[in-house]
Design a protein around this ligand. Structure first.
Ligand code: FAD
Length: 594
């Protein structure tokens, strides 16, 4: 069964997002088109053999908490080993830290393949890599030497420990404490909930990256520090001892059941040690590095689930016969049509495809920016970072929100069978649901976009992004087939500007409720503009690229046309709603939501 299209993925990497512009940096000189193809083909082989066949079984036999900790599906051990052997874990790290300087674009593309095959897997390893990244970026040499090599072998796994019962979206309220001991380490006390990959039987140790407040530190987010808190600490003689990190349970969830979610208690017996990373009170700033990376990864997970859902429903639509073609009324119709021959089924399929593939292109764009940030200096680096920072909430929230709608269409295409466990469609729908919640809910992404990113440096990020979009519009206008769509995108930018002209005065007047109350609608509006930009780019390359497979070319053009005809027009409704002056959802009315 097809769960992703490697040809399309490679089209994005090589033709649309031109990875050769990244490979020219000396850091990546070990890679060329052939080695990248080999790396991705290997990821596909592992996925075919080790990941995809277990996708439904992970749902049927979920992670469970037993007396001695959380037990995850045994196949995960084989998968971890195979993926570690492939070199994917920490591949973007420098050789000095155990990596191979693989561009983020390729790492992300391989991550897409793994997650499309089975989205319960990559989080374990991605969080381990993200934690190791935090240590190499902000830790001491001793911390790097102690933890990172074992983490990149996945024999020790990493987690991010932010959320607490009283601190979810609002991390400034966290209560976990850190008290400096005479020996130089900190005594950690508190509990963390919903910790992905927080405990299981297939790692020798867990390296928790814990946010906590040092005694006497300021209240709120300014007083948060970052600590390494291993489940087992290393004694002076090199042996390990339990570090008083207790696993209290595993949350049972509606989806991603193979990916465990732990409830952890630190220091219940007053014997939990943590080691400060970097400077005190800078923990949230450091953690944002990991969160931004993780937000792209969550966007990729959602994209991958939506992609797999699309291919499963596409296959069904080519096998299931039902009803007659609209033009074959009466006596003329002798046999039932395939459901893909019905326009409305085609609409649902194209919706799924345009959302999933459009998101994949945006993720590739984002990973390329990430690579460029790491390979440039000075003002150029700053400008690229600003664009990446602006796109990150969209790359996280759009695939998770629209991917959910796409996966729902995936169920709908199968009719009654879509609702049964005979097919994985219902599982895609359940699995993707979490992606708009963890790593910051969609609302949090929307407030980040409108509240911080749009206004940062007097709107510089938006201007820089618009420059890029306008360049692609100009290029598209040179082609007759695309002129109409280029103009439509141009108009959609005007709609965005009009909406911002309405909103921004509220920000200047510090009327934040009026400014941010419809932030999620603005995020949706702006996402359509950004995804249309991606489709226009893909349209230009699809028409121009020589030697492109004809079916890929035509498929891209059709999906692009779908997006401009059926999705982008939604921004008119979104803009009108944002600009409407009726106060429906502001505070004063909350007593009457009854
Ligand atoms: C399966 C799973 C895995 C997870 N993995 C991890 C992990 O590995 N590490 C970790 O630290 N955490 C993890 N989390 C926690 C996750 O990041 C939080 O659940 C999420 O950030 C939301 O926090 P909350 O659940 O407390 O919801 P709340 O913050 O209580 O939010 C409830 C609702 O209120 C809205 N809301 C909250 N504040 C505002 C506001 N200021 N303005 C407008 N609306 C608002 C939210 O958008 C949401 O709709 C995980 C959660 C789950 C379910």
């Amino acid at each position: 069964m097809k769960y992703t299209d490697l040809n399309f993925l490679k089209f994005l990497l090589f033709d649309v997002h031109k990875i050769e512009e990244i490979l020219k940096f000396s850091k990546h000189s070990d890679f060329d088109k052939d080695t990248i193809n080999m790396f991705l083909d290997a990821a596909k082989d592992i996925s075919d053999q080790e990941l995809y066949p277990y996708y439904q079984e992970f749902d049927e036999k979920p992670a469970v908490y037993e007396d001695d900790g959380i037990k995850i599906h045994p196949q995960l051990n084989n998968i971890f080993k195979a993926i570690v052997e492939s070199g994917w874990v920490g591949a973007h790290f420098s050789p000095e830290h155990g990596g191979m300087n693989l561009p983020h674009m390729v790492e992300g593309a391989a991550g897409h393949i793994y997650s499309a095959a089975n989205n319960h897997v990559s989080g374990y390893l991605a969080l381990t890599v993200g934690s190791a990244n935090l240590i190499t970026s902000f830790g001491t040499q001793e911390q790097i030497d102690t933890y990172v090599p074992k983490m990149l072998q996945a024999s020790w796994m990493g987690t991010m420990c932010l959320t607490e019962p009283e601190a979810g979206s609002s991390l400034g309220n966290l209560r976990t404490t850190a008290s400096l001991s005479d020996e130089g380490h900190y005594e950690i006390k508190g509990q963390k909930i919903f910790i992905s990959g927080g405990d299981h039987q297939f790692a020798d140790n867990f390296i928790h990256m814990v946010l906590a407040r040092i005694d006497g530190a300021p209240k709120g987010s300014r007083g948060i520090s970052l600590f390494i808190v291993p489940k087992y600490r290393i004694k002076e003689d090199g042996t390990m001892e339990f570090n008083d990190v207790l696993t209290a349970g595993d949350y049972q969830k509606m989806g991603q059941k193979g990916y465990c979610t732990a409830h952890l208690i630190f220091g219940e017996n007053d014997n939990c040690r943590g080691w400060l990373v970097g400077e005190p009170n800078k923990g949230l700033k450091y953690m944002f590095q990991m969160m931004n990376q993780a937000r792209l990864e969550v966007g990729m997970t959602a994209t991958s689930i939506a992609t797999s859902s699309y291919f499963h429903s596409l296959q069904y639509s080519k096998e299931r016969r039902q009803g007659k073609k609209l033009n074959d009324k009466g006596e003329r119709a002798t046999e039932q049509a395939l459901i893909i021959e019905h326009p409305d089924v085609r609409r649902m399929l194209l919706m799924q495809k345009s959302v999933a593939f459009g998101s994949l292109s945006l993720l590739m764009e984002s990973f390329k920016l990430y690579d460029l940030v790491e390979n440039t200096e000075g003002e150029e680096k700053n400008d690229i970072f600003l664009i990446l920072d602006l796109l990150t909430p969209i790359a996280k929230a759009y695939p998770s929100e629209y991917g959910l709608l796409a996966a729902s269409n995936g169920v709908q295409v199968l009719g009654g069978y879509g609702f049964t466990v005979d097919f994985p469609q219902q599982q895609f729908l359940r699995d993707i649901r979490i992606t708009s919640i963890y790593e910051g809910t969609t609302t949090i992404q929307a407030m980040d976009l409108l509240g911080r990113k749009i206004t940062a440096q007097n709107g510089k990020a938006l201007l820089l992004l618009m420059e890029r979009i306008n360049e692609d519009i100009a290029e598209a206008k040179r082609n007759e087939t695309l002129t109409k769509y280029a103009e439509q995108l141009e108009n959609s930018i005007k709609t965005t500007q009009k909406t911002l002209e309405y909103l921004l005065p509220f920000a200047f007047q510090k009327k934040y409720q009026s400014y941010l109350k419809d932030a999620t609608l603005f995020l949706e509006l702006f996402s359509h503009v950004v995804i249309s930009w991606q489709w226009l780019k893909m349209g230009v390359v699809s028409i121009k690229a020589e030697g492109l497979n004809e079916s890929l070319r035509q498929g891209n053009i059709l999906a692009m046309k779908y997006y401009f005809n059926y999705e982008l027009p939604k921004i008119k409704y979104l803009s009108d709603t944002i600009i409407s002056t009726d106060d429906v959802i502001v505070d004063d009315g909350k007593d009457y939501i009854n």
